[in-house]
Design a protein around this ligand. Structure first.
Ligand code: ADP
Ligand code: MG
Length: 250
């Protein structure tokens, strides 16, 4: 059934993902309903193993759910062939990983343009220049990733995610490998993309300070959403996480 809800960039319904064998199943997601409005910045938090990465990967079409549905705008992912899903991922979804995942043999420019080249799309040079300048990499285009700092490498990854003008950018602990001040630069950049370009960002993080840059915090525990908190500050987020720790310890 189509479900046109155009103000949502992404929506998931009763999403489950079970890993492992039939005899020893591991339930990573146990029925998650969530919607991410266009032009918003959401942080996803929760204890290690609570299903955060699995939620991102299934919502991004990198992994297939065991049951439930995912919509990117009006497109339902479960109906798509592998080929169509791969194309949709390249054209409409950006993904930023903790470990940057850049190709060391390619220059910064080549890394940023790789998804477009794989899609066979002629790069939009004006948009490329705008993205590169927005992330502050105009002077680094001919460098290799190994010649850059961690923060610069993550900005390359963000530029690569932005290059195809995606509907949404998923980030899995994008600041996990960065020091505090470099992390703040990357978070300010994500925040600016949301505020200035109505980009939609969904970010997994362990860090209450990182999460406080978001408009909303979803908390996962044991594969379920247990809290959905609008505009919390870092103190409130830290309290939520502490209470979750106590609940699990009890
Ligand atoms: P988080 O990102 O919150 O730490 P994950 O989504 O990575 O959690 O994992 C959720 C649960 O699913 C964990 O119990 C984890 O061990 C399990 N899991 C994740 N990926 C796999 C996989 N490829 N095979 C088997 N189990 C997995
Ligand atoms: Mg994870």
């Amino acid at each position: 059934m189509p479900f046109p809800q155009d103000h949502h960039a992404v929506r998931v319904e009763q999403l489950t993902r079970v890993y492992g064998s039939e005899r020893q199943p591991v339930t990573a997601l146990a029925g998650v309903d969530a919607a991410f409005a266009r032009g918003t910045f959401t942080a996803i938090m929760g204890p290690s193993g609570s299903g955060k990465s699995t939620l991102l990967q299934t919502a991004a079409g990198l992994d297939r759910p065991s049951s439930g549905r995912v919509w990117l705008g009006d497109t339902e992912l479960s109906g798509l062939s592998e080929t169509k899903l791969t194309k949709l991922r390249r054209d409409r979804i950006g993904f930023v990983f903790q470990a940057f995942n850049l190709l060391g043999a390619l220059t910064v420019e080549e890394n940023i343009l790789l998804p477009s080249r794989l899609s066979g799309v002629r790069p939009d040079r004006a948009w490329f220049d705008q993205v590169v300048s927005r992330v502050g990499l105009s002077e680094r285009l001919r460098h290799r990733p190994s010649e850059l700092s961690g923060g610069q490498q993550q900005r390359v990854a963000i530029a690569r995610a932005l290059a195809t003008r995606p509907d949404v950018i998923f980030c899995d602990e994008p600041t996990g490998a960065l020091d505090t001040s470099t992390a703040a630069d990357v978070l300010a950049l994500l925040r600016a993309l949301v505020d200035e370009q109505a980009q939609t960002v969904v970010m997994v993080t362990h860090d209450p300070v990182a999460a406080s840059w978001a408009d909303r915090v979803l908390v996962l525990a044991d594969g379920r959403i247990v809290q959905d908190v609008p505009q919390p500050g870092a103190t409130k987020i830290a309290e939520i996480l502490a209470s979750l720790g106590r609940r699990r310890a009890a």
